[in-house]
Design a protein around this ligand. Sequence first.
Ligand SMILES: [Zn+2]
Length: 194
Amino acid sequence: MKTKKCSTCSKRKSLLEFGRNPETKDGLSSNCRDCRNKAKNKSYQKYKITDDNCVLFLWTTFPKLKEGIEVLESWGFKYITVAFVWVKQNPKNDKIYSGIGHWTNANAEIVLLGKKGKISRIVKNIKQIVLAHRGKHSVKPDEVRNRIVQLMGDLPRIELFARQKIEGWDIIEGKDNADGTGQDIVNWINKNYE
Ligand SMILES: [Zn+2]
């Protein structure tokens, strides 16, 4: 097994434990994933962009379910449930899309719901299943945002890593940056909240 030494924790780990970084010689980041995630969570926690009473909706996939819950908890939220299951339809017709997946043919993506403080839904009729067409890579259906607003009301809200401007929402644009430290988010907050 090929290994590499993490520049932060100094542990030798399998190459699989290192994320990609096109700017380095071997194409891998110098820090292991664990260290990257820790650094990232620290930089998020430095800034308070949430209310004491707040709900977090977090997109994830089934293989990354565990990581999704870990991220949610590291941001101070308690995992409650899966709020939405997006069942993907083919882009060109209404049939159910079928990916290859590693085991069963994967189709759905999910939105985890985490909660902080005291907050509850304002209506009782929001459905969990969202049947919507698959967009370009990783674009999520607008319907989920609509249902979040219906469920929680017209509260101040922010979308992280937004791909576009969204009416009624604050956004932090962009993808996470290559070093995985969350610097994009920090830069954005510095620019917009000071
Ligand atoms: Zn490390």
